[in-house]
Design a protein around this ligand. Structure first.
Ligand code: NAP
Length: 247
């Protein structure tokens, strides 16, 4: 899976949403999915970044993407429902959802963790991700072969000092994945899994490890094999797993 070589047409005719598509791993995934034939819906909070990704996909002559400017921190249940209705109207289908958007919050001990930041992290990484996924489930259930991927972390499997809300939110993400995977098993054609990207060269990594030379870690585009494998039909039957993008 870490060395998976995706056929060029892996995601042909599929419609796939990527959250946090304007930067880092989400940007690389959006471009990789488009390069393999998908119509990608780029969701994120910074319009200019989404427009850059849109332009790059268009310039590469891949299927025309769509942009959804949305902030997972403040969006209401109603806005998620509206988004689902718009997708159904515009595309008539949804075959994949990469829940990638996330924030780091603070690297401080629990005893001094700012409760406002704690709530922001939980809102983006857990509650917003839940509400978006819930709203899109009816559309995903209509697909003949749908995949939902959640983004986890090493600190979502083993807690570590000073990782605070981020670590707790990733434990919750692993839990959300397991609960949903069990609910869809043998019920519909959706598979649900987690990816732990591992240390990857992005703004989030630099913020978490300011002293680390960025070149120590792979770029987002170098960890795409697992993102492609889990999104495409070769992973049919893989459900409820938490996998490492770097082996
Ligand atoms: P990143 O470079 O910080 O990118 C995160 C993306 O999420 C950005 O596009 C950001 O938008 C978007 N986002 C953040 N808050 C949002 C909100 N409220 N609403 C909508 N979009 C929002 O992070 P990354 O390193 O690519 O991380 C991607 C995922 O992998 C995250 O879930 C992270 O926890 C996980 N992860 C990363 C690493 C690593 O080493 N990089 C390791 C383990 C897990 P803006 O561009 O507007 O900021």
């Amino acid at each position: 899976m870490y060395s998976y070589q995706a056929p060029e047409d892996l995601l042909k005719d599929r419609v796939i949403m990527v959250t946090g598509a304007g930067d880092g791993i989400g940007r690389a995934a959006a471009k990789a999915y488009a390069a393999h034939g998908a119509t990608v819906i780029l969701l994120g909070r910074t319009l200019e970044k989404l427009e850059q990704v849109y332009d790059e996909i268009e310039r590469a002559c891949h299927p025309q993407p769509a942009i959804v400017p949305m902030n997972l921190e403040g969006a209401s249940e109603h806005e998620y429902q509206e988004l689902a209705a718009t997708l159904e109207q515009e595309f008539g289908r949804l075959d994949g959802l990469l829940n990638n958007a996330g924030i780091l919050g603070l690297r401080t001990p629990i005893d001094s963790y700012d409760p406002t930041v704690w709530q922001q992290v939980m809102q983006v990484n857990v509650n917003g991700t839940f509400m978006l996924t819930q709203a899109l489930l009816p559309l995903l259930k209509q697909s003949e072969d749908a995949s939902i991927i959640f983004s986890s972390s090493g600190v979502g499997r083993q807690g570590r000092a000073y990782w605070g809300a981020y670590s707790v939110s990733k434990f919750a993400t692993e839990g959300m994945m397991q609960v949903l995977a069990d609910e869809v098993e043998n019920v519909c054609k959706i598979r649900v899994n987690c990816i732990n990207p591992g240390a990857t060269r992005t703004n989030m990594r630099t913020t978490a490890y300011p002293g680390e030379p960025p070149t120590n870690n792979p770029t987002p585009s170098q960890i795409m094999p697992l993102y492609l494998y889990l999104m495409g039909p070769d992973s049919q039957g893989v459900n409820g797993q938490s996998l490492d993008a770097q082996g």
